[in-house]
Design a protein around this ligand. Structure first.
Ligand code: ZN
Length: 410
């Protein structure tokens, strides 16, 4: 694994941007250009690899880029550092894919409907506060854009990305280096957590799981289904009558869908933040399973040669897992725990669902059904997910006794 440099971004900040209509229009064009640059670069990497078994990296691709900027107007319109930044992020996407401990899959092409994002290196943007709540962001070629600062940056900017969620709202996210040192150990009790698929989390010290509330209401869900159907209908009609042009109505439908999905994403994230803050703040040691999301959510469809069974069920499961944001939870715990004086430990996940939390006997037969654990050795009876949370905690504590607990536990 690569080490982070001492002054790398250690936290993120996201603010809402308020571009003028003209600025928003230009950002949109840039966003689509960024998508095209990403796709071109990825295509080139795949091609070069298939021909010569050679992996292109950003430095090499930058040379092609310089040439492309020269020849292609729409690439030249981007602020000069943005395409380089895209290539670096593509490097990162490849690194994450190759890193066995990282949940990322192979980098993907960005489709037309993908959320637009425009990356900048730190030195390309500048924030000037104009009041307690408002600031301006200076962007090359675009000028000053207003943003609302609801909490201070609290450090130096390391990189920045402008994004839209497809509803016409624009945001800027900063990677910020705060240089905050870890809080002293808080001395609070340890906890094991089992993140279930349906229920969000079972804590070893609790008798009931913490459930994520539905991210859409029944009415919203119904509306979303209606909109998806309308979109399909409008797409068919658009194809017939206007040769694939997008009608104003179709665009409106797409925007409505994006609005609902953005709301859903905000609610999930809100729940995840509350959960991870609670875990980090009220425990001295937080133990989770070292789950490989990559394996769990690997394509339900299978491959063309070997279509899998139970596709619909697996796809439903994938959705539930992603609904619960496993990678995001871990990422949040990793930065929140040190801040609150607790330690995050990920223990090996193998067998946690088959091991007894009381006598440590491991037997697949102890798992009588999806929800219940009945130990075949000692007869211990528990909710399967609660038992798993106890097992992960025990694993960490045993490991801790073998070495010294707080150090080297990550
Ligand atoms: Zn037992």
């Amino acid at each position: 694994m690569r080490r982070r440099s001492a002054d790398a971004a250690d936290t993120g900040r996201r603010y809402r941007l308020y571009p003028t209509p003209a600025q928003a229009e230009r950002l949109k064009v840039w966003g689509h250009t960024c998508r095209a640059v990403w796709n071109l670069a990825l295509e080139q990497r795949i091609y070069v690899y298939s021909q010569r078994r050679k992996s292109l990296r950003a430095d090499e691709q930058c040379r092609y880029l310089t040439r492309a900027r020269h020849d292609i107007d729409w690439i030249a319109d981007l602020p000069s550092q943005t395409p380089q930044q895209i290539l670096r992020r593509l490097d990162q996407a490849y690194d994450n894919f190759r890193n066995a401990g990282h949940p990322a899959g192979f980098p993907r092409f960005k489709k037309r409907g993908a959320r637009l994002s425009i990356p900048f290196p730190a030195q390309a943007v500048r924030v000037t506060e104009i009041s307690r709540k408002w600031a301006t962001l200076r962007i090359p070629k675009l000028g000053e854009v207003r943003l609302r600062i609801f909490r201070p940056l609290g450090g130096s900017i390391k990189h920045a990305t402008i994004r839209t969620d497809g509803t016409g709202r624009w945001y800027i996210s900063f990677g910020v280096h705060t240089g905050q040192s870890a809080a002293p150990p808080n001395g609070l009790p340890p906890v094991g957590v089992d993140f279930g698929v349906k229920q969000s989390a079972f804590l070893s010290g609790e008798v009931k799981p913490r459930m994520m509330p539905p991210s859409l209401t029944v009415g919203e869900r119904r509306r979303l289904r209606g909109l998806e159907r309308r979109k399909a209908r409008q797409m068919r009609r658009a194809g017939k009558e206007t040769g694939n042009g997008r009608s104003a109505r179709l665009r409106r439908t797409v925007r409505e869908i994006a609005r609902l999905k953005a709301r859903q994403a905000r609610r999930r994230l809100d729940f995840t933040h509350k959960l991870t803050t609670d875990l980090a703040k009220n425990h001295g040691l937080v133990v989770i399973e070292d789950l490989r999301v990559k394996d769990m959510t690997r394509s339900a469809r299978g491959t063309a040669g070997a279509p899998r069974r139970g596709v619909a069920r697996k796809a439903g499961l994938n959705r539930a897992i992603l609904d619960n944001l496993p990678g995001e939870r871990r990422r949040q715990l990793a930065y929140k725990c040190p801040r609150h004086g607790s330690v995050l430990v990920a223990v090996e996940a193998a067998g946690t669902s088959q091991t007894c939390g009381v006598c440590h006997h491991r037997d697949p037969a102890s798992r009588t059904d999806r929800d219940t654990f009945v130990c075949t050795a000692c007869g211990h009876f528990d909710d399967a997910d609660h038992n798993a949370s106890v097992v992960v905690l025990t694993r960490a504590l045993r490991r801790g006794r073998a070495r010294t607990l707080p150090q080297g536990m990550r």
